[in-house]
Design a protein around this ligand. Structure first.
Ligand SMILES: [Zn+2]
Length: 468
């Protein structure tokens, strides 16, 4: 093991030396990469726009989408796309402005002065880092509040989805901002402290910390955090409860509690999900789903969700995310002391190796600059992640179809699609980039194929047969 670590160390040192070359224009690279990414996203939207001018539904939906609903869905989709277009342009302008104006270095110096004014020692590098991050986050988040307000109270309102009030929205915004600070700042402090203590071998320690942190958050979120926003009520005895419990027993799903939440308090979009430990799970249904679907349809939606559980999809997604994280951290260790990168953004290059005011090197600067540089490349990761989740959706649909619930799942999906006014027509490339789920016509078509006993993979079939 230590042999591998030593070899890796050598490679990282070599790459780090290569990357710290004064001729590399890092700031321009960030500007251009961000521009390319933005251009690509706008180009995709440009491809999607004509889809909203098509005046008839796709063949799979023509019996289910009345003309009036179809027109509404088209209008909603078009408005949302224009909104996204404007926001993408705005965000690009903002990031361009922040980079060109030297805001990152300015905020570092400004927070140093504020520390002086507050009588805090300059050597308290982690405190300084947290103040810096908070300042930068606020600068970029404040316009976000405006966008969120417009989205809820103009766009969603216009199409009849908004059920929230301004008061509820303000409370939600305050609660989530406070929560983000309460969780994010200690997390960041620990993150930086671990790198500081572990030195150049920080990657495995940081991975361990991140995994423990994520697992804890997954456990804590539904129990302590989600109840701050929604009310959980056990589903009343009746047909829905009977069907769900029977399905869970049949599949060996360790169902502990079955809840309904008041999703309709904010929005009339509907959904269902499960969470919990491997041996004790909770299922949550949105009240909107219960209101609009028959008990058989709720069962079918749940069968789809339990398909995800059956194939361990959440675990696989987690593993993919961890590999991505590992890769990100290893590459970060190449850039952590890159003086050229620091200098390009107006920082004292000495900050890349030490702290001129005493105390340890401010690692956070390198991390944020590195993020700026590599974030545009996440476009590819997004393609990959979405293609994976789309594959999982097909498998979960197939799972439900195999349980004989295809008809109910189809009608439930159609209802959800109609109620959510999802876009009936989608440009394929736009869809590949943006959609974590296949579109409804794609899913219906695939389920029709399963009916002809052409299953996704023979492995799925065998695994299922053994169960029965
Ligand atoms: Zn799914």
């Amino acid at each position: 093991m230590s042999f591998i670590a030593a070899a890796l160390d050598g490679q990282i040192a070599k790459l780090a030396a290569l990357a710290d070359n004064p001729v590399i224009p890092y700031k321009d690279a960030v500007v251009y990469l961000t521009a390319i990414q933005t251009w690509f996203e706008l180009y995709l939207m440009r491809r999607q726009i004509p889809m909203y001018s098509i005046s008839f539904p796709p063949p799979e939906l023509k019996d289910h989408l009345p003309k009036e609903t179809f027109d509404k869905a088209q209008a909603y989709g078009r408005d949302k796309l224009y909104f996204a277009f404007a926001r993408t342009l705005f965000d690009w302008g903002l990031s361009f402005g922040l980079i060109k104006s030297g805001t990152y270095a300015w905020a570092w110096d400004a927070t140093a002065r504020w520390m002086d004014a507050l009588g805090l020692e300059q050597s308290r590098v982690i405190t300084h880092s947290l103040m810096w991050i908070t300042t930068l986050t606020l600068i970029s988040a404040i316009p976000g509040f405006g966008w969120s307000y417009y989205s809820n109270f103009v766009l969603e309102e216009k199409h009849g989805f908004n059920k929230s009030t301004v008061k509820l929205w303000v409370m939600d915004t305050i609660k989530s901002t406070v929560l983000m600070a309460a969780i994010g700042l200690p997390f960041l402090a620990a993150f930086l402290k671990i790198i500081e203590l572990a030195g150049k071998n920080f990657v495995p320690w940081l991975m361990l910390f991140m995994i423990v942190f994520q697992l804890t958050l997954q456990l804590v979120f539904p129990i302590f955090i989600q109840p701050l926003f929604n009310k959980f009520t056990p589903v009343a005895p009746g047909e829905v409860r009977d069907r769900v419990e029977k399905l869970a027993t049949k599949l060996g799903f360790p169902l502990k509690h079955l809840y309904v939440i008041d999703g309709s308090k904010r929005s009339s979009h509907s959904n269902a999900y499960f969470y919990g430990l491997p041996w004790s799970k909770q299922i949550v249904l949105y009240d909107t789903l219960l209101d609009k679907s028959s008990p058989a349809e709720v069962e079918a939606v749940l069968a789809h969700e339990l398909g995800h559980w059956h194939f361990s999809h959440p675990t696989w997604l987690m593993l993919i995310a961890q590999s991505h994280l590992f890769f990100t951290l290893v590459v970060f260790s190449i850039f952590i002391h890159n003086q050229t990168l620091f200098k390009a953004f107006g920082f004292d290059p000495l900050l890349a190796v030490s702290s001129p005011q005493g105390g340890p090197q401010p690692i956070v600067i390198g991390f944020i600059l590195y993020q700026l540089l590599f974030e545009p490349l996440d476009t590819f990761v997004k393609f990959y992640m979405n293609s994976t989740t789309r594959k999982y959706e097909y498998q979960a649909d197939e799972f439900a179809a195999r349980l004989g619930l295809q008809k109910d799942l189809s009608s439930a999906l159609i209802k959800l699609h109609v109620d959510n006014l999802s876009s009936p027509h989608n440009d394929s490339l736009y869809s590949m980039y943006h959609h974590s789920h296949p579109t409804l016509p794609e899913r219906l078509r695939a389920m029709d194929e399963y009916k002809g006993s052409k299953w996704l993979s023979p492995k799925v079939e065998n695994k299922e047969l053994k169960k029965e």
